[in-house]
Structures are given as C-alpha cells and as structure tokens.
Design a binder for this molecule. Structure first.
Ligand code: NAP
Length: 476
C-alpha cells in the first residue's frame, strides 16, 4: 500500500483534487463526506506519486513505509474503507470550476479570521482582481486553528502555515483588534464592500443546566482549551488541579483533548505551543485520573477514531473501559480493536471512559466535590436514533475539577437573523435571506461540527452564492 492518511487529517480535501487517479475518498461531492471521520487512500488504486502529500496542509499523508508503530492502524483503516463492500470504482472527482465574475473589482469583507474565514478568503482570492478585507476582534489571527487545536497536535496546527500564504496575498488586508457589531456595523462595511461574509464561529459553549454548575471547580472544556492555548480572554483563568480526579462530561473530540492534556506528561508539552502559564500549572497538577462520562453507550461515543488513536498512543496514559462496555462494541467498529489494545501500565495516569451516565448535579458546598449521575439504558427512538432513558439508579463520582464538554454554541450576530434552536444564522447556500450583502460560512452557518478542512467546501458554497448574486447585479 503506497500512501496512507493518518491522524491529523483535516478533511479539507486538497488531496482529493491533487490525486491524479481519484483514489482518495469520500470526495466533497459524495454523500458520506460530511459524516466521514477522515479521508482514506484506496491502497489498490494509489499509484504512489505523492501528489497528495504535497497538497495536504497538515502533513497527514505518509508513504506506508514511513508509518510509526502508533500509525500502523491507519493503514488498516484506509484499506478497510474500500474493502467492505468494495467501494464502486469511483468516477473522477469533479474539479471545482473556476469562478467567473463580471468585470469590475469585487470587494469582500470577512468577519473573523479562523479556518472558516481563511478558506473563504482563499476562495474569493481565486477571482482575478478581487479584494478581501478581514476584520478580527483579537489581535492575533486564525481563531480555533490557534486557540482550539491542542498544542501537542502540531501537525494539525500547521494549517496556519497555509493560512499565512493566504494572508501574504497583496489583495488581502487584515484589520486586527476590531470588533464588527460594536465598533463597526454591517452597513458601514457595505459602504466599502459588495458583500460581508460572517465567519464568526461558535464562540461560546452549550450550558449544562444542573444544580451546582456554577460552583468553583466547574468550568467548560472550551474555556480550559482556550486557557491552555493562551487565548487572551482566558489567560488569567485558574483551574484547580490539586485533586486526584477530574470528570469530563460529554465524550466528543474536545473531551478527549482535555482528558489527554490533563494526563500527559507535561514534559511532552514543553516544546509545543502551549501557553507558559498552563504548562506551569500542569507541571504542578496532582490529577491522576480523568473520567470521561458519556450519556449514551460506547457505540454512540462522539469521539472519532483518529482522536482515539491519539489518546491511546499517549505515553504514560492508560485508557480504561469496562469489559461490559467493550463487549457492547461490535468487532466491525474500528474503535473496538483500538480500545482492546489500549495501554495498561503500572504507575501510569488514567483516562477512564464511562458510559450511560447523565449528570444530574454537581455536589459540594463551597466548591465541586463530585458529580451525581443517573444511570441510563438505551432506547431506539422512532426516528432511528439511539436515545437514553433513566433507570433511576444514582452514582456519584468524586472529583475536584469538573469540565463540561457538551459542544460549542454560536452567538447571535448583530443585524442578522438567528435560529436559537441550532444557534446558527439561517441561510440558503450561505446567503442570509433578508439582509442585503450578508453571507455566512463555518460553524455560524452549519453548527459546531466537522474538522478544520470541512470549512473549505463550506466556504466554496458560500462564495459561489456570493458570486452568483454579484453577477446578477444584486450586490451594490
Ligand atoms: P461533540 O462532538 O458534539 O460532542 C458533544 C458531546 O456532549 C457528546 O458526547 C454529547 O452526547 C454530549 N452531550 C451533549 N449534551 C449533553 C448533555 N445535556 N448531557 C450530557 N452530555 C451531553 O462536541 P465537541 O467535542 O465539542 O466537538 C465539536 C466539533 O469539533 C466536533 O465536530 C469535533 O469532531 C470537532 N473537533 C475535532 C477535533 C479533531 O479532529 N482533532 C478536536 C476537537 C474538536 P450525545 O452524543 O449523546 O449527544
């Protein structure tokens, strides 16, 4: 098998279009693209040319012979995607046609400078002569690519180098430290631009409404992530790391990130981009065990395979799952083999994956001392999804640090409509109906799902809508 996609896959699909034999799937136009946990190289069709390696912004693709022992599992994962049943020989992925724009100088303002904004800027700049002006509230660009990706995921953070190339384009300007909505309005922006693309992300977290949630010692995982990444809004936060155990509520990729950061040997973080204040605090941490609690069963774990591989290959960290949970995971699920082979070593710190637990209260008088959960059983909902029903049985897990990791949430954007249920701006192909010149991309458009590179196809859709409106003379 010549080339293999590994853990840091960002799904931006640059490799798909670089591949001369169309052996990387799913492609953005295939139905499973938005649900796939990563992209995969077909080992039979790959001609070993290495074009995908050059195109990948996060160094995720390697020749088979260069895989480390921890990465060997990805050779199987890539091959399995095509094996059962054999994926029909794909037709060549359609190359996205170049944007055709009527004569004139298209000017676009973009609000935000995270991955969604930068992919939108890259797309607009493919139009000859088009100008982009990015407004960013912070004094440092690139949003979650800088303040969200874990510091030990250096290859994923490398996507910022690609953004540097976009920023270096002389037709792009960036105004840092300017807040659109307060200092400058949508109408102000339209005085100088044909359109405004809002790429403001999901800047807060979903709140868990249970007793004790405001006790000291309880925080959101997103705040913890922002703190260890040196986000200026969170740099002065303090997290109590003086207890033996922490509990993380929710089991998505963010939950695994914070569990890993709380248990990894801090020396391994020393040469990363971790904020110095966080490294110092983690060096003094007494936490030995992190319990990651999911409300549904092991099969419904929200984390993805690449992130699980990352956790299970963290030196000095055991990943512990109850046997009865492991038995509930079918062999066909790639996570089964990974969890069965997970490390167990004397003296290691541990991440314990617990299931079927819904939090009902945070216990403690002056600060968090534990989490009260109720046990669940799985039920099949009429729509085919798997939900839970309380059994009424209670369980308390003692912990001095509790991090809720139940997803991000978008905030309303001044002047734009807002759907409170999904915490997104309603749109049609990225176009905000009823607001002249307004477009959205990224998490404020589709909700907090997907990977960094998912924003590329999302931005392409939005910019195509924008260009269609411009060509139709709808943008003054
Ligand atoms: P997420 O994947 O949506 O996971 C949210 C978790 O919270 C789920 O386990 C969910 O359980 C649980 N939850 C929701 N409401 C709850 C409640 N009321 N009580 C208890 N549990 C509750 O969110 P995320 O981890 O914040 O990740 C956001 C996005 O960023 C994802 O697309 C993720 O893949 C991406 N991300 C990627 C990486 C990476 O690729 N390295 C790293 C970080 C984040 P249910 O499943 O039962 O709803």
């Amino acid at each position: 098998m010549p080339h293999v996609i590994t853990q840091s896959c960002c799904s931006d699909a640059s490799c798909v279009y670089a591949c001369p034999v169309n052996c990387i799937h799913p492609t953005p136009d295939e139905p499973d693209f938005h649900t796939a946990q990563m992209l995969y190289v077909d080992p039979v069709e790959c001609v070993d040319c290495g074009a995908c390696v050059t195109a990948c912004p996060v160094d995720a693709i390697k020749p088979h012979t260069k895989l480390t022992a921890d990465e060997d599992v990805f050779a199987t994962l890539n091959a399995d995607f095509y094996a059962t049943p054999r994926r029909p020989r794909p037709i060549l992925a359609p190359v996205v046609p170049p944007l055709e724009v009527r004569p004139g100088e298209l000017r676009v303002a973009i609000v935000g400078s995270g991955p969604a904004a930068m992919y939108a800027a890259e797309e607009v700049l493919t139009i000859p002569g088009a100008l982009v002006l990015i407004y960013e509230r912070l004094t440092t660009p690139y949003g979650l690519a800088r303040f969200g990706v874990a510091p030990d995921h250096q290859r994923t953070r490398g996507v910022t180098h690609q953004f540097d190339h976009v920023t270096a384009n002389p037709r792009l300007q960036m105004r840092l430290g300017v807040e659109v909505g307060s200092e400058i309005t949508h109408e102000d922006l339209l005085n100088e631009h044909h359109a405004v693309i809002y790429a403001v992300g999901a800047s807060t977290d979903r709140r868990l409404d249970i007793d004790g949630i405001d006790l000291p010692g309880v925080s959101s995982a997103t705040e913890f992530v922002a703190w260890y990444n040196g986000h200026p809004d969170h740099a002065d936060r303090r997290f109590d790391l003086s207890h033996r155990r922490a509990v993380v509520i929710g089991n998505g990729n963010v939950a695994l990130d914070v569990a890993r950061l709380l248990t990894i040997d801090p020396d391994r973080l020393a040469d990363t981009d971790i904020a110095p204040h966080a490294l110092k605090a983690l060096r003094g941490s007494l936490i030995e065990e992190v319990v990651v609690a999911g409300r549904r069963g092991i099969e419904q774990s929200a984390f993805t395979v690449p992130e699980l591989v990352g956790l299970c290959s963290t030196p000095g960290v055991d990943v512990v799952v109850r046997n009865e949970d492991l038995r509930a995971l079918p062999d066909s699920d790639p996570r089964a083999a990974i969890l069965r082979a997970a490390p167990r070593g004397a003296g290691n710190r541990r991440v314990v994956l617990e299931y079927l637990l819904s939090p009902t209260a945070i216990l403690g008088d002056c600060a968090a001392e534990g989490v009260e959960f109720v046990h669940n059983e799985l039920i099949a909902a009429p729509d085919g999804s798997t939900r839970v029903k309380s059994t009424g049985l209670q369980r308390v897990i003692e912990a001095g640090l509790v991090l809720t990791s139940i997803g991000y949430r978008g905030r309303p954007v001044p002047g734009l409509p807002f759907d409170d249920a999904t915490a997104t701006v309603p749109h049609q192909g990225g176009r905000v109906p009823g607001v002249r010149g307004a477009f959205v991309t990224g998490w404020i458009k589709r909700g907090p799902t997907g990977f960094i590179g998912t924003n590329k196809s999302c931005a392409q859709e939005t910019v195509r809508s924008l260009v269609a409106d411009y060509n139709a003379g709808l943008l003054a």
